[in-house]
Structure formats: structure tokens, C-alpha cells
Write a protein that binds this ligand. Structure first.
Ligand code: ATP
Ligand code: MG
Length: 578
């Protein structure tokens, strides 16, 4: 393509409202523009990147024998009411009515629509498995749309669904997708990790997230230094090492501690470690308040609580509810005498003599023994894993890294087929429920994640598989007929070699052309000017390493091929290292 006829509106300055580097660079490189909060226009270069990502995703989906279809974005409310998600999906679901007052939503995902279609078609086990995917625009009215394409409200997703007759088939669909995802993210040239993810009330190990490793990631991954265990902290098990139970402690005693509201306040006042204090948190679980106890130096994990209670909706109680159920303001809740279901973290079954709130302003209880003074409904793993914890697989040391979730594979089991009555007749003529899986990839989020991982102070450094151009050819002396003739020849030659090249034929200063080429992030740059031409050479630069060399124009086809192979091999060596 000729730059002079392309629409690539690059910007010199970073837009002030962009917080993360990928957002800044996508705007600066003229690849996208914001329409309104969380909703973007993909400009030609941005679209080209998305097309490259989609092409790799399509190839791997097809290779795994999933077939492409395209479902509507507008979905009738009735289907969502069947699964109960009309009620539970919350405000992320954008709802509206048509002229006849019928209710609809914009699809944030497509389990309902595809299950409805499949149940209408499938009668016999002979028709299964069914494995389908689409690449389509989704809408989620995210509470905090931010970071550009990373968390948009409108975004592009590849979503795939499998319907199997039995557990073995469903597992095989899941494994196919897992393998396809590994291939996709490797081919895209991203540094990533497949991690165990929360699979909600379905349980089991049948949910993995694919995380691009980047400091700006919103997710935290816990991983083991000794084995290949890696899990989203939402899920990672905190192992109770079974410290022995101490003997009896003194009787529980209420003590006035004016103003001591936080764990830190109480610890300082009594000169005890935070581990001797119990935090009492009030959660509202499907409209019912419950209390959760964790050690003062730990954080409660809401998702573990949700799974334990098989709940649909869960949130921390606001000050009004805390006051109502504990008779005290936030900071003074405690389990002794509390008339609520109480769930305590495993770690708290190991010792006695704790300090807790006393359900009274400015007071705390000392010498609390959970087994003696409190009716605990269950002890369970309810806290977030920490660096002090050990690997739940091998006992090794745990460390943390930040990640951007770019994909999720999920064994759904019977969740939707049961709710929507998606059945088939088996070999014996008995009616059975289909076993489903769903598998998402954030196509537009990948573009942002790739930039978070690959950039420098001059701009984007695209991994070759998703760069909008493989090579930029810069003409330094646009007004010199000999230089321009040669540049045109080189441009034709590169195109005849199948290279996706952007020819910068603009009437601009060299400095502008260099800056734009660096900003756009094509892996290779060729620079032709009067001086080089006089010596019969074109200069080339590897965008990632910044290394420069000269190629003799006379044998350019061979010389360029050799150099391009080198650049590609350097990138491949980088991918191979993960
Ligand atoms: P998150 O925890 O980041 O909100 P999710 O668990 O809601 O993600 P899924 O429902 O599994 O996401 O969607 C599949 C994929 O779609 C995700 O792995 C992610 O890459 C992408 N995705 C989800 N929400 C967004 C969004 N708001 N903007 C861009 N991509 C998104
Ligand atoms: Mg989400």
C-alpha cells in the first residue's frame, strides 16, 4: 500500500484520557478512535490487525473441526428468562424494547441463542457432537470500561460452543479447544500462560483461562516455582497446613477500644500481630446476609464463598445492612452472639484466643475461641492465596504475576441444556441432556494485549503475525526522480515477493517518516535515499532490536529474503523461549 493514499491519522502527542500504553499507542498510531465510553471505531490499520488475529483463530478453529456460523447480536429476552440470566446477569446486559414492547438484549455472549437453535434441530445421538463458532461483536455494559480495547463495552469475541452426547465426548471437545488455544496464542507470538480458572458452581478442573503476561493485566496469576501449577488467584487454593489446636483460653471478654475500627488499629492498641485478630465480613448472598471470618492479615475471597454456597449473586454488605444485622457500624462486627450463618476460613480452626469485634461501637472481644464461643456453619477455604502459601500440587513456593485474560475455555456441563431442555435420544431411545462447553477469545483485546507486551518508547513493536504491515519502505528523497524510480521498483519487487509492504511515498520530512514507521510497529524497515543509492544500497532496520544493515540493491530479492528470514528467526526464538 502507498502511504499517500492510506488513511493513517497518526498523532504526535498521547491523548490525555488514555491510561495504559496500548490504548495510547493504538490512538497515536491512527489505528482506532473513540466514539463514546468503551466504544471504538477500528480504523483501517486497526481492522487489519483484527483481521490477522481472526485469520489465525479461524484456521485453528477449522482445524479442530469447529464450523463457523454467525448469530444475531440482538437476542430475545424470553431465552434469557428461561435460563434465569435475565435476572442474574445484572446491569452488564443492555436491555431494550421494540415498537411492540417486546424485550430484547444486545448479546454479551450466546449460550442461550445457540442452545435454543440446537435443541430445535437435534433429535438423535447420531447428530452429535455439534461444534460451532463465530467471530462477532459483543456488547457488555461494563461498570468500568477502560484501557481502550482491553475492557470495552463493544468488543469482538470469538465464541465457540460444543454439544456432546456423553462425558467422554464433552471432554474431547474441551481438549480440542484447549489445544487449539495453545496453538493460537503461540502462533500470535504472545507470551502467555494457561491457568486454572474459576468454574463456578460446576466445579472440577474444567476451566482454563489464557493469560497474556503483562504488568498492566487486571488479573493476578498465582504460579509455582517448582511445578507447572498456575491459577487465577480467584481460584487458587490456599492450603491449610494443619497447625495444631491450642488448649483452652481464658473466657471471652468484651473490652472497650474507642475508635479502634481496623485490624491495624486493634493490633497497635493491644500490641498483637494481625494474625491474632479475626476479621468479620458481612456478605449478602442471594439476598441473605452471611458472615465470613478470616484472619486479620488475610483477604476474603468472594468467589470461593460464592462457590461454597452455590450462590448466583454475591456482594459485600453496605453500612445499612451491617448496622441492621450486627447492631454496630462497620469495623465492629464479630461472630460471638451473631445471629447469621457464619463461615470461617480453614486457617481459623487451627488455633484459639482471638480478638474479634463485639457488635457494639468501640468494643472488641478478646479471648475468643471459635469452637467454644461461636456456632460456625462450616470451615472452608475462603481466603486469597498469599506468597506465604505453598503450591497446592507440590508444596513448592508460590509467586505472582499479572495477566490479561485473552481466552477462556469452559466445560459447561448441563447448566444450559437442563435449563433450556436441550435433549436427544440415545442408542436405547432414552431422552438425555446434551453436555455443553463454551470457549471464548477476546479478539480485540488481543490487539491491546500484544501491544502491552511489545512496545518501546518509540511506539509499537508488533509480533510479525499480527503486524498491520511486514515492512515499511521509506523514500527519503521523494523529489529525486532517480531515487523515486528505484523506490517504486523496490516496492513492486517486494509486492511480487508476497511481502505486505507500506511504501511511504508522502511528501514529508525524513524525521516524520522515521517516527511514523517506528510508531506503526512493522517488524522491518527499508530506507532508500540519495546517498545510499549512489552506493547501490538500501538501508534496513530491524524494528525490535534496532539493528541496522545495508542490502545491495542489485540482488535485492535474495538479500531481502535472507535478512527477512533472520528477523523472523529472532522473533521465533523469542516465542520459543516460553
Ligand atoms: P473479564 O473477567 O475480563 O471481564 P470475562 O470472564 O467476563 O472477562 P468471558 O465471558 O470469558 O470474559 O469472555 C471471553 C473473552 O472475551 C475473555 O477471555 C476476554 O478476552 C474477552 N472479553 C471479555 N470482556 C471483554 C471486554 N469488556 N472488552 C474486551 N474483551 C473482553
Ligand atoms: Mg467480564
Amino acid at each position: 500500500m502507498r502511504y499517500s493514499s492510506c488513511y493513517i491519522p497518526t498523532l504526535r502527542e498521547s491523548p490525555s484520557d488514555a491510561e495504559v500504553i496500548s490504548h495510547k499507542l493504538l490512538l497515536r498510531a491512527g489505528m482506532m478512535r473513540r466514539l463514546t465510553s468503551g466504544i471504538y471505531i477500528y480504523l483501517p490499520l486497526g481492522l487489519k490487525i483484527l483481521d490477522k488475529i481472526s485469520a489465525i483463530v479461524r484456521e485453528e478453529m477449522n482445524a479442530a473441526a469447529f464450523q463457523e456460523l454467525l448469530m444475531p447480536m440482538v437476542q430475545p429476552a424470553d431465552l434469557w428468562k428461561e435460563t434465569g440470566r435475565w435476572e442474574y446477569y445484572g446491569q452488564e446486559l443492555l436491555r431494550f424494547k421494540d415498537r411492540n414492547e417486546r424485550e430484547y438484549c444486545l448479546g454479551p455472549t450466546h449460550e442461550e441463542v445457540i442452545t435454543d437453535m440446537v435443541r430445535g434441530e437435534v433429535r438423535s445421538y447420531r447428530q452429535l457432537p455439534i461444534r460451532l463458532y463465530q467471530i462477532q461483536t459483543k456488547f457488555r455494559d461494563e461498570i468500568r470500561p477502560r484501557f481502550g480495547l482491553m475492557r470495552g463495552r463493544e468488543f469482538i469475541m470469538k465464541d465457540a460452543y460444543s454439544f456432546d452426547a456423553d462425558a467422554a465426548g464433552a471432554e474431547s471437545s474441551y481438549k480440542k479447544m484447549f489445544k487449539a488455544y495453545m496453538r493460537i496464542f503461540r502462533r500470535l507470538g504472545l507470551k502467555f500462560r494457561a491457568v486454572e480458572a474459576d468454574s463456578g458452581s460446576i466445579g472440577g478442573n474444567f476451566s482454563h483461562e489464557f493469560m497474556v503476561v503483562a504488568d498492566t493485566g487486571e488479573d493476578t496469576i498465582a504460579f509455582c516455582h517448582s511445578c507447572d501449577y498456575a491459577a487465577n488467584v480467584e481460584r487458587a487454593e490456599a492450603v491449610w497446613r494443619g497447625e495444631t489446636v491450642q488448649g483452652d483460653c481464658l473466657p471471652c471478654e468484651k473490652t472497650g477500644m474507642p475508635g479502634a475500627r481496623t485490624v491495624a488499629d486493634v493490633a497497635a492498641l493491644l500490641n498483637v500481630p494481625p494474625a491474632k485478630i479475626i476479621k468479620t465480613l458481612i456478605f449478602v448472598v442471594d439476598n441473605t446476609p452471611v458472615a465470613v471470618l478470616v484472619r486479620g492479615d488475610r483477604e476474603a475471597n468472594e468467589i470461593k464463598l460464592k462457590n461454597l454456597l452455590d450462590a448466583k449473586v454475591i456482594h459485600l454488605a453496605g453500612p445499612d445492612i451491617v448496622k441492621k444485622v450486627t447492631n454496630a457500624s462497620c469495623g465492629f462486627a464479630g461472630p460471638v452472639g451473631l445471629n447469621l450463618p457464619i463461615y470461617a476460613d480453614l486457617e481459623l480452626q487451627g488455633a484459639t484466643d482471638y480478638i474479634t469485634g463485639a457488635n457494639e461501637a468501640d468494643s472488641h472481644n478478646t479471648h475468643v475461641d471459635l469452637r467454644r464461643d461461636v456456632r460456625v456453619a462450616a470451615f472452608a477455604d475462603l481466603r486469597a492465596i498469599t506468597a506465604e502459601d505453598i503450591c497446592p500440587r507440590c508444596g513448592g513456593k508460590i509467586a505472582f504475576t499479572k495477566g490479561i485474560e485473552v481466552g477462556h475455555v469452559f466445560m459447561l456441563g448441563l447448566k444450559y441444556s437442563e435449563a433450556m431442555h436441550a435433549t436427544f435420544l440415545d442408542e436405547n431411545g432414552s431422552e438425555r441432556l446434551m453436555i455443553m462447553g463454551c470457549y471464548g477469545i477476546g479478539v480485540s483485546r488481543i490487539a491491546a494485549a500484544a501491544i502491552e507486551q511489545n512496545h518501546d518508547r518509540y511506539g509499537i513493536v508488533f509480533p510479525p503475525p499480527l503486524a498491520p504491515f511486514e515492512c515499511v519502505l521509506i523514500n527519503l528523497d521523494q523529489h529525486n526522480a532517480v531515487v523515486t524510480d528505484t523506490a517504486e521498483d523496490i516496492y513492486s519487487l517486494l509486492r511480487s515477493m508476497g511481502i505486505d509492504v507500506l511504501y511511504d511515498d508522502r511528501d514529508e520530512r525524513p524525521g516524520v517518516k522515521f517516527k511514523d514507521a517506528d510508531l506503526l510497529g512493522a517488524p522491518m524497515q527499508l530506507v532508500l535515499g540519495n546517498k545510499g543509492l549512489a552506493r547501490g544500497v538500501v538501508e534496513c532496520k530491524d524494528r525490535r532490536s534496532g539493528e541496522r544493515c545495508e542490502l545491495v540493491i542489485e540482488n535485492l530479492r535474495e538479500n531481502f529474503s535472507l535478512w527477512a528470514r533472520q528477523v523472523r528467526e529472532h522473533w521465533e526464538a523469542l516465542y520459543a523461549r516460553q
